[in-house]
Design a protein around this ligand. Structure first.
Ligand SMILES: Nc1ncnc2c1ncn2[C@@H]1O[C@H](COP(=O)(O)OP(=O)(O)OP(=O)(O)O)[C@@H](O)[C@H]1O
Length: 256
């Protein structure tokens, strides 16, 4: 079976425009079930716009297939109910609600027993928030808020998490902690995720595959070996910066 045929998520020709010109140009990518893939690139490369468009949170042209079903015309809420769950960076939690209430928001549509089971699982992964259940979420530290945002996503029983810069604004030690937990969840729950990150190093620890974006286009693709090699790292950095004359792989829509 081809990669595309066995993909949980398959995106083709995704184009996002906010005003005149597109900020995402014809992006194509796919994520296999049970794996984490990453979208890398510098500020303004178009990573978050791509992720949000896949979630249905930005209008976009192109096709999004989720588990073989074309969800391109579905609303964000409908995609969420299919299990395509967007996790914004941690500061986007509801700061006035308690930690427990934020978790409940993620599982609003499920029965009480399922909600309780998922909550136990989330609190086991993130003990830092387990004894803060009654605290207003706004009082959590940046790292704890990020854990809560991921926990809220897990509460919905996602089939694929769309993780928008989990490391944003966190000190290196906290980034490491958040990523350790994601790695544990990946191992124990066979998490499927598409991750947006600026930091190559951070994403490379978790992802089995990555694409590098620059100026709204994918300019490079790295497999698990390249992600963990010195050469792959250099290629990705060059692609971030536009330093290479030739991209790591030919940019989409261009001849080899
Ligand atoms: N809501 C919006 N309205 C208008 N322009 C936007 C909007 N959101 C993003 N942009 C622009 O689209 C381009 C891509 O932004 P995007 O946030 O997708 O990039 P990014 O790679 O995720 O960057 P960062 O890592 O800084 O978040 C940027 O030029 C940005 O200014």
């Amino acid at each position: 079976m081809s990669d595309a045929a066995s993909s949980l998520l398959q995106v083709d020709g995704l184009t996002v425009r906010y005003g005149a010109g597109p900020v995402v140009h014809g992006v194509a990518l796919s994520v296999q079930s049970g794996t984490v893939a990453a979208l890398l690139g510098a500020n303004g490369a178009g990573k978050s716009s791509t992720l949000r468009a896949i979630a249905g949170l930005e209008p976009a042209a192109g096709r999004v297939l989720f588990d073989g079903r074309d969800v391109s015309r579905l609303s964000a809420a409908q995609r969420f109910r299919c299990g395509l769950v967007y996790v914004p960076e941690g500061r986007a939690i509801v700061s006035d609600l308690s930690v427990a209430e934020n978790l409940t928001l993620g599982s609003y549509f499920v029965d009480a027993a399922t909600r309780a089971r998922r909550r136990d699982m989330v609190l086991e992964f993130f003990p830092e928030i387990a004894n803060r259940l009654r605290s207003p979420a706004g009082l959590l530290s940046g790292g704890e808020q990020q854990m809560l945002a991921i926990g809220r996503g897990l509460m919905s029983g996602p089939r694929l998490l769309l993780l928008d810069e989990p490391s944003l604004g966190l000190a290196p030690l906290l980034v490491a902690r958040v990523y350790e937990r994601l790695a544990l969840i990946q191992k124990e729950q066979a998490l499927s995720a598409l991750l947006v990150e600026q930091s190559f190093h951070t994403a490379a620890k978790l992802a089995a595959k990555a694409w590098v974006m620059r100026q709204g286009r994918i300019v490079g693709e790295l497999d698990a070996v390249a992600l963990r090699s010195r050469e792959g790292r250099q290629q990705a950095i060059d692609a971030y910066l536009g330093a290479r004359q030739e991209p790591v792989v030919p940019a989409q829509g261009e001849a080899a």
